[in-house]
Design a protein. Structure first.
Length: 659
């Protein structure tokens, strides 16, 4: 009853705010379709009021009402279809497929859509499975909507667009290809010093032959969605959620929760074996699992080196009672897990440094980059702010954890509580530090380890799987809190979902044709062509006959610029001064310095401008800027005037290219 009242109240509040906002635009006056839509919204509100009245007068919740009135198989099929359509409705409204999609950008409008979807979908689900009444049907409806929102975010990434979909999107596939560099480029190339685990996963499709670019994009989307779901399934299996309906709810919720960060897929591969195979009753076998997971963690990034060992300790604290043994004996195996895992992670990194054939100093950029502490708070880079963002994400689970902590405080030894809180606190503080490193701070993905531990603790509390020291653990899970836990990730994804940006493939392919022609001309004359950006054109054979220049790819160059790495940058400057390359393909080399108080990623932009663009323009000039804002640069001669680059219009491009 409380859930019904709360959702209806949210719907009415969102509806009135949205209606007031768009009434000023005159839609209701000039369009009968908008008047019809308005009538439908009002009708939904009246239906909600009727359900509340029936629930109060007849002591019936709406799902029970549906169960008593609707019994035929046909109606159940209609109810299921109704729930799916109601879940798809908000996805369609904010997708950009309909006219005037911008009116759904406001917070009240999206709240209205979400609450309407949950209310209507909940009724439909309850008609199909009437035994799951109340908050469960509403939660299921919300999670179905969440799945639609996630697909809206990720599926457009499976694109045949030939150029990069974002600033560095296709760089990932180039680095994934380096494991097969001899076959693809004809030469051996040092492996990436950044995120080796991620690129090892992205290398897998190259083993299948000449897949097109869209096939590799499909694989990455499958990794994003699949790994989040697999970790969620592994947690459900570990905590032994009862009933297929509730198992399904928790699986979907867990995936949506992790994607709020998002927690990167290559990091989650450390978590799965711990969830599936760690056993407090078999410490030796569990140590082997921790070491294997830690080896993979050593190929990720430094702040994840301790995660497998810490997760094993976390599960030990949750599942192993202290009893009458001393705290030192109790912590014997956990200490071994933590230390051994950390050692193996560093060994794995050292092994990869040797395998990569990159100098060891290229792996130290993390420790020399600036820390931008203001990004913990709302800023142009992340208007939500890191602290506020993690509070929003953690709040519902925090309520559940807090309620169970209070109820069961005396049932679990204080040392175990301190260990659990300590691990959460360490990864929370560590996540804050990593988040403020230059290059980050635009979301909460650097709090990834904290999110994993928080989800784990929430799962154990919800399932009542914590093993107490004296009296049995008493599970406490109020329905309003469980519904809020299900709703918040969906609301989060709805808030950050935006209409798809449609890119013009015809123009992009024409740009590729120009790049191919110019690069091949230079290569045929014995010149050297450097792809700082769009290097995937060589990877996927869209540009052929041009030898690969492995240095100074966009991602590594940007990392070294942000870290102000003198060894790397001085070598780059020498090559520019000697005009080692006869043609350079790079993104539009703009030179404005940005203000951190007004502009997103200002420090990153300024590092790129000062340490890459200005030295580049000193020795090279822009010969051509394509409509896709890819610049072709050639060596500057003494009599060449330094002219700031501009983005060419279509008419300029046609005249230059002779088309």
């Amino acid at each position: 009853m409380f859930s019904l009242l709360a959702l209806g109240g949210v719907y009415i509040w969102g509806f009135f705010n949205w209606a007031q906002a768009i009434s000023r635009l005159g839609f209701f006056i000039i369009s009968w379709k908008w008047r019809l839509f308005l009538a439908g919204c009002i009708g939904l509100g009246l239906i909600w009021l009727g359900l509340v009245a029936l629930a109060l007068l007849g002591n019936l919740t709406p799902p029970i009402l549906v169960r008593k009135v609707i019994r035929t198989p046909l109606i159940r099929v209609v109810g299921l279809l109704f729930s799916v359509l109601s879940a798809v409705f908000p996805v369609v409204m904010i997708s950009g497929w309909i006219p005037r999609a911008e009116i759904w950008e406001s917070f009240p409008a999206r709240l209205m859509l979400l609450s309407a979807s949950v209310l209507l979908g909940g009724v439909g689900i309850a008609s199909v499975w009437p035994e799951h009444e109340g908050w469960a049907s509403l939660a299921a409806s919300a999670l179905i909507t969440g799945v639609g929102l996630i697909l809206l975010q990720y599926l457009p990434g499976i694109s045949t667009y030939p150029l990069s979909l974002g600033w560095s999107e296709t760089s990932r596939y180039y680095y994934g290809s380096l494991l097969f560099a001899k076959q693809i480029y004809g030469v051996s190339v040092p492996l990436s010093p950044l995120h080796p685990a991620r690129y090892l996963l992205l290398a897998i499709p190259f083993a299948w032959g000449d897949l097109p670019l869209w096939g590799h994009r499909l694989w990455q989307v499958a990794l994003w969605l699949g790994m989040s779901l697999i970790v969620s399934i592994a947690l459900v299996k570990r905590v032994q959620i009862k009933g297929w309906f509730f198992r399904g709810l928790v699986m979907l919720w867990g995936a949506l929760f992790l994607l709020q960060g998002p927690v990167y897929y290559h990091l989650l591969l450390c978590v799965v074996p711990i969830f599936l195979f760690f056993d407090v009753q078999k410490p030796v076998r569990s140590l082997v699992i921790v070491l294997l997971a830690s080896f993979w963690a050593g190929l990720t990034r430094v702040n994840w080196f301790p995660v497998p060992g810490a997760l094993a300790i976390f599960l030990w604290l949750l599942e192993r009672p202290l009893g009458r043994q001393s705290i030192f004996k109790y912590l014997g195996w956990p200490v071994i897990y933590g230390i051994a895992g950390l050692i193996v992670a560093f060994i794995a990194q050292a092994f990869y440094v040797i395998l990569s054939k990159q100098p060891a100093w290229m792996y130290h950029s993390t420790f020399t980059s600036d820390l931008l502490w203001y990004r913990l708070f709302p800023s142009p880079t992340y208007p939500v702010g890191i602290i506020r963002g993690i509070i929003w994400v953690s709040f519902p689970l925090g309520l559940l954890i807090g309620a169970n902590f209070i109820r069961n405080f005396a049932r679990i030894n204080l040392w175990r509580w301190l260990g659990i809180a300590g691990i959460l606190g360490i990864f929370l503080v560590g996540g804050f530090v990593v988040s403020v490193k230059i290059g980050g701070g635009s979301n909460i993905h650097n709090l990834d380890a904290f999110l994993v531990f928080l989800m784990t603790l929430g799962g154990y509390f919800a399932a009542g799987r914590i093993v107490a020291d004296n009296e049995p653990f008493e599970r406490l899970h109020p329905a309003p809190i469980l519904l809020l836990i299900a709703l918040l990730p969906v609301g989060w994804h709805m808030h950050f979902s935006h209409p798809m940006t449609l890119l013009d493939e015809r123009i992009a392919w024409q740009d590729v044709s120009v790049i191919r022609q110019r690069a091949q001309e230079v290569a045929q004359q014995g010149g050297r062509v450097l792809f700082i950006s769009q290097r995937h054109l060589l990877t996927f054979g869209m540009v052929t006959g041009v030898p690969l220049e492995p240095d100074y790819e966009l991602l590594v160059l940007m990392e070294m610029a942000m870290a102000n790495n003198p060894r790397y940058l001085e070598r780059f400057y020498r090559d520019l001064e000697h005009q080692r390359f006869d043609l350079i393909i790079v993104g539009l080399p703009n030179t404005p310095i940005k203000d951190p108080t007004r502009d997103a990623f200002a420090e990153e932009n300024n590092a790129w401008v000062e340490r890459v663009v200005k030295p580049l323009l000193e020795h090279y000039r822009v010969a051509l800027v394509l409509p896709s804002e890819v610049a072709l640069m050639v060596p500057r001669t003494k009599d060449t005037e330094v002219i700031p680059p501009r983005s060419m219009g279509w008419a300029d491009w046609v005249s230059v290219c002779g088309r």
